[in-house]
Write a protein that binds this ligand. Sequence first.
Ligand code: NAD
Ligand code: DAU
Length: 333
Amino acid sequence: MKLLVCGGAGFIGSNFVRQRIVEHGDAVTVLDKLTYAGREENLADVRDSAGFEFVRAGIEDAAAVAGAIEGADAVVNFAAETHVDRSISEPDAFITTHAVGTFVLLEAARASGVRYVQVSTDEVYGSIEEGSFTESSPLLPSSPYSATKAGADLLVASYHHTYELESLICRGSNNYGPYQYPEKLIPLMVLNALHGDPLPVYGDGQQVRNWIFVEDFARGIGHVLAHGVPGETYNVGGPDEAVNLDVVKRIIALTGASDDLIEYVTDRPGHDRRYSLGSEKVRALGWEARVRFDEGLERTVAWYQNNRPWWETIRSGDYRAYYERQYGRSLGM
Ligand code: NAD
Ligand code: DAU
């Protein structure tokens, strides 16, 4: 199969590309703008594979997209601005990428008559105190990130309804694993713990997330690409829920850091309390998560411990300025 993977140089996209090349022998073109979160190094081990191409461009660039989609059998769109905190302080890029970018990709897929998978998130449903969201739960996004992701989902669905585009939507829960940019909870806490930096817990730390190991989510997306019904949405949630403070304490135990590093900081505005996804529909297609949180977290901490050059360049670059703006203090070296 020949795939156009947009946003394939980011965290989940690069794991997906690796899986498609290694396990399926696909020819893959990655189109990625290489924002702060996108890194060609994430694809270093697969870039010499047969049929691999890399195009540096935004999904909102219609000419670049038209060139990249030529000969593709399907498009999988991961390209997005993905950090909720950044969407609160600087929402502009979220609107351009999720609204305009998704529109440009949909038009290109329609012109080429190819299958289209939109990678989306449980955050479009908002927060849930008890029980789990199903695919027919109402959309009630809380942040500029989730609101623009929800808008993109609605546009994707309209292209199936109106133009009969073979489009599908995959909504994932919180991913963790190798290659995740250290602005997100788990890699941030792992690297701070390894450096003896404070571990900033928002609010009371009692928020709950539904964790999925990135390889399981990537496999779920591949499964929907192959077996999903056009026009349908599939939730792909992880096997375990965890309270943020417990996640931080498990990371402390795995890294041998001290509990004294925990620091309660001002809560995120509009912070969603709990996410939980029911994934019966994708299970009925034959997908199952394979990695439980305990095992996945151990593997993730080991990956960061063993891949120092990957994160050293990040921690010594623009990330330091981001961190100072976000947390009002500097990182240790
Ligand atoms: P990421 O931030 O690690 O990677 C995003 C990638 O998209 C980067 O390579 C970036 O350069 C690229 N990109 C950004 N804007 C672009 C544009 N305009 N044109 C082309 N490329 C662009 O994100 P991630 O965590 O890998 O998330 C990937 C997708 O999965 C996103 O759509 C996100 O909403 C969704 N998702 C993420 C999670 C999670 O927990 N991380 C969970 C569910 C769904
Ligand atoms: O649920 C899926 C979503 O998960 C994806 O769509 C998003 O792209 C992804 O970023 C993630 O969103 P969250 O906001 O849940 O992830 P984040 O890692 O930013 O935060 C996880 C939880 O940890 C959340 O309750 C906020 C909290 N947190 C986060 C950071 C960065 C802290 O307490 N301290 C921190 O320093």
